[in-house]
Structure formats: structure tokens, C-alpha cells
Design a protein around this ligand. Structure first.
Ligand code: BES
Ligand code: ZN
Length: 618
């Protein structure tokens, strides 16, 4: 197994295989406190267990032979432990001494024992966001959610925080009830559908998962069923909109299973979070976390759900072994997402998404190349010593997906689908490297096919910069209409006379992306007046509009910009907008003053990114 430079743990010596959590959630002190019991398989001769922690206070460590509720807790013996000095992003290694092996293990195999850690989180734990009632849609109850990917699980659970280590888990979560209605607790596990008056919840996750998929959310939440094994959770004022937006969820699961085999995690639910959620979506098993900014009212942004659902195969079932192999999670998932969208909504609709994705990719490649970051445009990353967040670029997502599409086009769809299905089935519940995939590709698809192999240019994709010459392109007739509309507008046709009837979200995005640097304030004002762009509720269209408004210093849109930046915390929207503001002398103070208002409401993931961008000094 490849070494994971982003974890202090040494799973080849002693490996965590099960977690039993017992935590109290205290909204008053903003802490999670209790115990993590870890079942560890130790190799002969291993005398230590190393765990990742960050900002945790460790009160006590004990060990036992028996499981916690098989007498293990009562019989547990204190263990000596040390915490290394903390490093930024990585935290501190918790090293503990394991007791001597009691009896020789037959055949010299691994010995199993339990380690119990009494601990508490810090109110500043980077994974956890504690929201005040005012930051929720309901406005009456506090809210809590976690975001563990990539290496933030260690800020709320002591664990081997590496995607190469899988564990099953159970949890008992006890809420110290704030005043108001009983709150619902949810995890990446079996979930309740109604709140319990005593505030005590029990969870079970029988499938082994890596730590970055550990998740918890607590709030005044409602549930709506959307099918046989799926549904949606959201705050009460949002639940009707959410269930209307996701009516296709059941068919999406069906389409995914038809492509690459049975869904292996039981239920699939979506949790719509408050607007500070820093990502579009997060594929927490059994319970995708999603931003409310995809509730467009017309289902036009549901490809995000297709994406998170696809991770139930690419990511949650077969996992990248290290963050250098991130494209195995995200590139596969974007490819799979397109296949689901095509199956459900047709080739025409999916082509539009593909064109926009390719545009993003080409822009990113150009920017990264200009910034001297050519090596970051390789599919196989070199993130040693860096925050794995640096790998979350269009390269892993879009270049990764294009590579798979290039293979599909070379070998044919039928053969490729059989191959992908075999990849998921043959590697289910394991973590894999890029080399594992390349070996599988060679063996299963390219043996005896030297022309295919040559045509594919595999080394150029995996360990080369930019986009190889066989990168598949995309065209969309729907988007061509948007191009025509913009061309006519620039040639003098009044905005009100443009043919934009029935334009989709993606057509508006495409239209706005083509606003040239030479556009005048009069032209921007005309577009805004004709199409009410500053008033759009659709987050993607509003974003596509606000970006050129900054470039052109179109001040009539700045109230809308201020509102957008202070009312949601999705990093994909925040970063480019703040970045654009920071490019000019007039924009810098505006960025600083908006951020001063907004900062406290952002999750640490977004805050860290914008702090760096603005060189923020509190
Ligand atoms: N797993 C990612 C989110 C992630 C990646 C969080 C790396 C932390 C580190 C999730 O599946 C994702 O890709 N979300 C995208 C949406 C998607 C439709 C491209 C996002 O949040 O923008
Ligand atoms: Zn993803």
C-alpha cells in the first residue's frame, strides 16, 4: 500500500478496523465530548498505535481485550500516550503504547484489541460548524454540521485519518438540549426520521468506510420520503422546496445501479444544510450533505445530486488510497455523473453540462500554467507536505473525467461499461492507487491491443501537463443558441429583442460567460434591465452575472454582490468573486469590508481559503 503523507498513522503496524463513538453534543460550550473506542488489528511485534488528532484535548487512554459493551470498558487498563507538537493543517500525532501480547496468536497473524480514548473537541474544531439560530432558515434552533474531507475528521475524532484505512462504526450521540423543539441528529449511517424527546440517538454503519466520510449534523430537521429507499432531510421551512427539487432521486438511483451495479449502502438520503455549507455537496455514505444553493426551483442543478450519488461507487465503495490519487474519486465520479444525467435527461442536456465543464477545465489549465503550477495539472498529484485541499481543482474532476471518456471512445461504450463495473465489483470496499488502476486497465482492457494503448497516450494524461491531443471535446446545440444571442447583442440587437425564450440555467451561464472585456456599462445595464440578472435566485446564474460585474466595476450590481457573499458560504462561489475583487485597487477595500461582515458566518474551510486570498489579519 502506498504511503499516505497526510496521516501520521502507521496502519501497516496496527490498523483501526472499527470505531464505537459515545459523544455528548453541547451547544452552549460548542464541544463534542466523550469517548472513541477503536478496535485495532495489531501485527506481531507492533508495540504502538499512532492516531491523528488536531485541536483535541485527550483526557485518558485505556486498552482492553474485550469490546466496550462486552466488559471491555470495565476491565480497561490505562495506557501511556504522547502527543507530538502540533503542525498547521496536520495536527498532532497521538502515539500510545499497546499492552504486551497476551497469548501467542495462532499462525502469527494480527491480534485484535480495543483502545478507548476519552476526549473533547475544541470550539474551533475545523470540521465542525456551530450555527446560531439566526444562521438557519428556521431561526429558532441552533444547528451543527461536520465536514471531514479531506483531513478534518481528526479535529473531531481521534482516528487513522487516511483514506487507505476503513472501519465500520456505531455511535451514541446525546444532545444536551438547548431550549426549543427537540433536535434531530443524523450521521453517515443508519438514520432516524423523527426527533427523540430524550435527545439520545444511536447509529450503525456496518460497511467499512474511511474516516473522511465520518459525518454528523444536528438541527430542527424534517424528513420527506422520495421513494423506496430514499428521501430528503431539511429544515422545516425548506423541506417542501427540497422534496420538489429532488423528485427524480429514485430514478437516479435506478439509473446508477443499471450502469455499474447494486447500490451497496442500504438507504440513500440527502440532507440540505443551511447556506454556510462550504461545498456544493459531500458524499457522506447513506446521507449526502448538500448546499441549499442548488434549490433553483426548476431542478436545473440536480446534477450535483447525481455526482454525490455516483460517489457511492467511485469513492465510497472504491476509494482513492491517498490524496495524490484524488482523481480516482472525482474524475470517475464526474464521468459517472454525466452517464446518470444522460440516462435521465438525455444526451442534449448532458452535452450542455459537458461543454461548461470543459470550459472550466481549459480556464483552470491556462491559469495554473501561467502561475507556474504545471505539475498540478497532472492527474497523479504530488501533494506531500501540502494541504490536500490544493488538489481540489478542475484537474481531478474534469481532466479525470475526460481521460475516462477518452478510454470509452477508444474501446467502445459497451466494453468500457463492463470494465468499470468489474473495477467497482473487484475492488469493492478497498482503497486503490493510480498504479492499481493503470495495471487493471492494462490487464482487463488493453492486453493484445497495442494500437489502443498507443492512441490513448496514458502517460501524457497521468503524469503530463495540460490536455493531451486526444482529449474529447463537447458541443451543444442548446448552448450554441446562447452564443448566437450574445453575438447578436454585441452586434447591436437590443437585449429585449434577443431570442432567449425558455433559456435554461446552463444557457444563461453560457451566455454570461461570453461577455467580453470590451462590454460597456450601458450594455451591462441593458442586460440587467431586460433580464433582471441582479435579482436572480438561481445561484449559478447570479454567480455567472456577478463575476463580470466585478471585472467591469458595474456598481449597480454591488448590492446583489454584497448580499450573495454574506448570505451563503459555498467556496466555489466565494473564491472567484473575492479573487476578482482583489485584482483592483478599488476592489480590495470592498472585498475586505464585505469579508469583515461575512467571515464569522463562514465554515472554516471557506474561511481558510478567503483568509489567504485577502491576507486577512483579524
Ligand atoms: N467530495 C467532494 C467534496 C470535497 C472534495 C470536499 C475534497 C473536501 C475535499 C464532493 O463530491 C464534490 O466534488 N463536490 C462538488 C460538487 C460537484 C458537483 C462537482 C462541490 O462541492 O463543488
Ligand atoms: Zn465529488
Amino acid at each position: 500500500m502506498a504511503r499516505d503523507s497526510h496521516s501520521f498513522s502507521r496502519p501497516e503496524e496496527a490498523r483501526v478496523q472499527r470505531l464505537e463513538l459515545d459523544l455528548a453534543v453541547d451547544f452552549a460550550t460548542k464541544t463534542l465530548a466523550g469517548r472513541a473506542s477503536l478496535e485495532v488489528a495489531r501485527q506481531p511485534g507492533a508495540t504502538q498505535l499512532v492516531l491523528d488528532t488536531r485541536d483535541l484535548s485527550i483526557a485518558r487512554v485505556t486498552t482492553s481485550r474485550a469490546a466496550p459493551n462486552a466488559g471491555g470498558l470495565a476491565a480497561a487498563q490505562p495506557a501511556r500516550f504522547t502527543l507530538s507538537p502540533a503542525q498547521p493543517d496536520f495536527g498532532a500525532a497521538l502515539t500510545l503504547d499497546l499492552p504486551p501480547v497476551a497469548v501467542a496468536v495462532a499462525g502469527g497473524g494480527a491480534e485484535v484489541l480495543w483502545v478507548h480514548i476519552d476526549y473533547a473537541t475544541s470550539p474551533a474544531a475545523a470540521a465542525v460548524q456551530w450555527l446560531a439560530p439566526e444562521q438557519t432558515a428556521g431561526g429558532k434552533s441552533p444547528f451543527l454540521f461536520t465536514q471531514s474531507q479531506a483531513i478534518l475528521a481528526r479535529t473531531w475524532i481521534p482516528c487513522q485519518d487516511s483514506p487507505a484505512v476503513r472501519m465500520t462504526y456505531s455511535a451514541r450521540i446525546a444532545l444536551k438540549a438547548p431550549p426549543g423543539p427537540p433536535l434531530l441528529a443524523l450521521m453517515s449511517a443508519s438514520n432516524p426520521q423523527v426527533a427523540r424527546a430524550d435527545g439520545v440517538y444511536e447509529f450503525d454503519m456496518p460497511q467499512p468506510i474511511p474516516s473522511y466520510l465520518m459525518a454528523l449534523a444536528v438541527g430542527d430537521l424534517a424528513f420527506a420520503s422520495l421513494g423506496r429507499n430514499c428521501g430528503v432531510y431539511a429544515e422545516r421551512p425548506v423541506i417542501a422546496r427540497a422534496s420538489a427539487e429532488f423528485v427524480d432521486l429514485d430514478s437516479m438511483i435506478g439509473a446508477a445501479e443499471k450502469l455499474y451495479g447494486p447500490y451497496r449502502f442500504g438507504r440513500y438520503d440527502v440532507l440540505v444544510l443551511p447556506p454556510s455549507f462550504p461545498f456544493g455537496g459531500m458524499e457522506n455514505p447513506r446521507l449526502t450533505f448538500a448546499t441549499p444553493t442548488i434549490l433553483a426551483g426548476d431542478r436545473s442543478l440536480v446534477s450535483l445530486v447525481a455526482h454525490e450519488l455516483a460517489h457511492s461507487w467511485s469513492g465510497n465503495l472504491v476509494t482513492n488510497a491517498t490524496w495524490n490519487d484524488f482523481w480516482l474519486n472525482e474524475g470517475f465520479t464526474v464521468y459517472f455523473e454525466h452517464r446518470i444525467m444522460e440516462a435521465l435527461f438525455g444526451e442534449e442536456f448532458d452535452e450542455a453540462l459537458a461543454v461548461l465543464g470543459l470550459q472550466d477545465l481549459e480556464k483552470s489549465v491556462a491559469e495554473m500554467t501561467a502561475a507556474g503550477q504545471r505539475k498540478d495539472t497532472h492527474l497523479r498529484l504530488a501533494l506531500e507536505g501540502r494541504n490536500p485541499d490544493d488538489g481540489m481543482t478542475d484537474i481531478a474532476y474534469e481532466k479525470g473525467a475526460r481521460f475516462l471518456q477518452a478510454i470509452e471512445e477508444t474501446v467502445g461504450r459497451e466494453r468500457f461499461d463492463r470494465f468499470l463495473r468489474a473495477w467497482f465489483d473487484g475492488n469493492a470496499f478497498t482503497s486503490r492507487t493510480t498504479d492499481d488502476f493503470l495495471a487493471f486497465l492494462d490487464r482487463e482492457l488493453l492486453t493484445g491491443q497495442p494500437e489502443w494503448k498507443r492512441a490513448l497516450q496514458i502517460p501524457a494524461w497521468v503524469d503530463g501537463p495540460g490536455l493531451p491531443s486526444n482529449c474529447p471535446r463537447a458541443t451543444s446545440t442548446a448552448l450554441a443558441r446562447a452564443t448566437t444571442a450574445m453575438e447578436r447583442f454585441l452586434a447591436g440587437t437590443p437585449a429585449r429583442s434577443l431570442d432567449v425564450a425558455g433559456f435554461t440555467t446552463q444557457q444563461w451561464q453560457h451566455f454570461l460567460r461570453q461577455l467580453p472585456a470590451s462590454a460597456t456599462h450601458a450594455q451591462l445595464a441593458e442586460l440587467d434591465a431586460a433580464f433582471a440578472l441582479s435579482q436572480r435566485g438561481n445561484s449559478e446564474v447570479l454567480f455567472a452575472w456577478l463575476l463580470p460585474c466585478i471585472t467591469h466595476r458595474y456598481e449597480p450590481a454591488f448590492a446583489a454582490l454584497d448580499h450573495f457573499l454574506t448570505s451563503q458560504g459555498r467556496r466555489k462561489f466565494l473564491k472567484p468573486l473575492y479573487q476578482e475583487l482583489m485584482k483592483s485597487d478599488w476592489g480590495k477595500p470592498l472585498a475586505q469590508s464585505i469579508y469583515a461582515k461575512a467571515r464569522a458566518s463562514y465554515h472554516a474551510v471557506s474561511r481558510d481559503t478567503i483568509d489567504e486570498l485577502l491576507k486577512w489579519r483579524p
